[in-house]
Design a protein around this ligand. Structure first.
Ligand code: CDP
Ligand code: MG
Length: 654
């Protein structure tokens, strides 16, 4: 019974009437751009059509990239269900840290980053008959790089089909980039959506979301609600507020199911958002912009859009990357509104003014490649043998200064020689395997002269699951903070992480009792194993410094020397650029405020916070990065023996 109904759903999707035309167009053209509304069936159906049409004969694979891990997993699960096969057999997915594929896999969903990684082992992607670059409009860094690489290999692999799939955005540009590839349009099935703006800006958009949800719930006809927030913390806060108010209202209102969705949510919880809403109840899904185009949730009639998203931004002058909450683009806002009109006429409540929509939002989102540190990309391309990056075929080239800065940084770190060639250590492998700030990690390795690679490996692994080690549920904040305090050791957060790792057992029980996230610990172990394997391959000996923190702190300094901050009046200032920054309240050094710090990353919330900091001595900077620092810059005002309380002038504080 169930199987039949799922086939009926397949046949009811907007893409279905175009099945034959689409296959004919793919047959005729090597590269095809496919445009269709979110939910029309591009991601789930096209790979199946191709399979049914024989594209996987001889064990050839069809690859479909997704910018988001959650989307890759959930879509693969859906397709496996539609085909009545076990996930991981014919249909599988591959995301960082998790390969759910087998010898038999012919439909492979993966993150765009994972396909990039495959270029290292299979530069012509010979095992694929079709590559679908899906969600192309998202323009993630990895997708943009894939564009250039795939366009290149398509020239000599005439048998490879390339499909560029996108929501109804930007398709002309894709066509233009791929030498005027034809655009196949799947006509939308979209109902009208009424859009409502607030009269005045909202002071607290979280609160405004909660109020709007309850208002809709109480006054509007049936239909589920989708709320767009910027990240896990906001989403959890919103869900809690909603649940609490519903509890208070009790039986006065109908049942409201509150469901969060964000990347780090455990997958069984993620799956819940797709469950049909029981009769008489209403569902509210509180999501990041993952629900904008990558996931389709049936039954949504109401959308609440505060108009913000979290975005990476990069300052090429200072070399700093930060994640900040910014107004989303008009294109995003329109996609969000569109989610309300998929099954019936819907309503979108924008928690900003019509004026703000017109005047304060950008038309489209700036592609990630133009607002990110390019270190990783440069290394990846170099290890693929692409040396001339200035002339790489970028759809939107990154700013010249960003590229130059990346080259300089890599040179400073010893990853490139003076000719701009990769040095012996294939640094990109670190990124590929661990997926994080690998150049720093590598340099941690390169500076293994401090004889503490054992510790550094652990710290690198723990940092790679950053900020998700400690579990801090709202109703047990005090217990959680106490548990965390038990792990504190002098010197800084890196050493605390090391301590957690060394104390941790493999048991879920231990993690539970100590408010440590089991999943994150398991992932840290995986990463550590991978790194250790790499150390072995590049013949770096794994040795321990036996509890002495100085070598560890020096090694971290060696890797992150350009992330230095110095205590000054009212907070910290970064050494090179004099930017004011603060120690994050969760840090073990929050109260201590040592004079010199290295930070792992900056996050901007209410202020520019340094997350994961470690205490260092300024002299080490000259030792590890003499090309970067002049001793004058590092003169310690404390050496002038002037007590801080006597009020120094601004100049003295530097
Ligand atoms: O890629 P596109 O946005 O065009 O659509 P899709 O992801 O292929 O989704 C087509 C349909 O599959 C949606 O309308 C949902 O009804 C269904 N679907 C689902 O039920 N569960 C999923 N995890 C994914 C899709
Ligand atoms: Mg899709």
């Amino acid at each position: 019974m169930k199987k039949q109904s799922i086939q009926e759903v397949r046949r009811s999707l907007p893409i279905f009437p175009y099945r034959e035309d689409l296959l004919a167009a793919i047959n005729e053209h090597q590269i095809l751009v496919i445009e269709g509304e979110t939910g029309s069936g591009k991601t789930t159906q096209i790979p199946q059509y191709l399979l049914e049409d024989g594209y996987t004969k001889g064990g050839m694979k069809i690859g479909c990239t997704q910018p988001r891990r959650v989307a890759a997993m959930s879509v693969a699960a859906r397709v496996a269900e539609e085909m009545s096969v076990k996930l991981g057999n014919e249909v599988g997915y591959s995301i960082r840290f998790e390969d759910c594929t087998s010898e038999r896999t012919v439909l492979k969903y993966m993150t765009d980053g994972m396909l990039l990684r495959e270029f290292l082992t299979e530069p012509d992607l010979a095992s694929y008959s079709v590559i679908i670059i899906d969600e192309a409009h998202e323009r993630t860094l990895h997708t943009d790089i894939l564009f250039g690489l795939i366009k290149d290999i398509a020239r000599f692999r005439s048998d490879l089909k390339v499909l560029v799939a996108s929501a109804t955005l930007d398709t002309e540009r894709f066509s233009c980039f791929f030498d005027d590839a034809p655009v196949f349009r799947i006509p939308g099935r979209r109902f009208p959506v009424d859009i409502f703006y607030t009269k005045a800006p909202e002071a607290d958009y979280l609160e405004a979301c909660v109020v709007s949800v309850l208002q809709i719930h109480v006054t509007q006809p049936p239909g589920d609600i989708l709320v767009f927030l910027t990240g896990q913390e906001e989403i959890e806060a919103c869900c809690e507020l909603l649940q609490e108010r519903c509890r208070r209202l009790g039986s006065k209102i109908a049942e409201l199911l509150v469901l969060p969705i964000y990347a780090n949510l455990p997958s069984d919880m993620q799956a819940k958002i797709f469950n049909p809403t029981p009769p008489g109840a209403r569902k509210v899904v509180v999501a990041t912009n993952i629900a904008e185009t990558s996931l389709t949730i049936d039954g949504i009639i109401y959308v609440i859009d505060p108009g913000f998203c979290k975005q990476k931004s990069y300052n090429a002058r200072t070399g700093m990357e930060s994640l900040i909450v910014t107004p989303c683009s008009r294109a995003s806002a329109n996609q969000r509104a569109g989610r309300a009109g998929r099954v019936a006429a819907g309503k979108c409540f924008r928690l900003y003014t019509a004026w703000a929509y017109k005047h304060e939002m950008e038309e489209t989102t700036v592609p990630e490649i133009q607002r990110t540190n390019l270190g990783n990309v440069v290394l990846l391309l170099k290890s693929l043998g692409i040396n001339d990056l200035i002339h790489f075929d970028f759809m939107d080239p990154p700013p010249h200064e960003t590229l130059v800065l990346a080259l300089e940084q890599l040179y400073a770190l010893g990853a490139l020689n003076h000719l701009g060639e990769l040095t012996k250590v294939k640094l990109s492998e670190f990124k590929i395997h661990t997926g994080f700030h690998f150049c720093n990690i590598c340099s941690l390795m390169l500076f293994s002269r401090y004889k503490c690679s054992e510790e550094v490996l652990t710290i690198a692994a723990m940092l790679s699951v950053n900020n998700s080690i400690f579990y801090r549920p709202k109703d047990k904040v005090v217990h959680a903070d106490n548990a965390r305090m038990n792990f504190v050791v002098p010197g800084g957060d890196h050493l605390v992480l090391l301590n957690v790792y060394n104390q941790s057992g493999y048991s879920t029980q231990w993690c539970y009792e100590n408010f440590i996230q089991f999943r994150s610990m398991r992932r840290a172990r995986d990463v550590r194993d991978q790194l250790e394997g790499l150390m072995d391959r590049i013949e770096v000996e794994v040795v321990s410094c036996q509890g002495d923190s100085v070598p560890v702190r020096k090694a971290v300094t060696a890797g992150y020397f350009y992330h230095t901050a110095r205590l000054s009046k009212g907070g910290y200032k970064t050494v090179k650029h004099q930017q004011t920054v603060y120690v994050h309240p969760n840090s073990s050094l929050f109260e201590e405020q040592p004079r010199w710090l290295i930070y792992h990353e900056l996050v901007f919330t209410t202020k520019e916070f340094m997350r994961q900091v470690i205490e260092i001595e300024s002299g080490w900077l000259l030792e590890v990065a003499p090309h970067y620092y002049k001793s004058k810059e590092l003169e310690d005002s404390s050496s002038k023996k002037m007590p801080r309380k006597q009020g120094k002038t601004k100049e003295e504080l530097g």
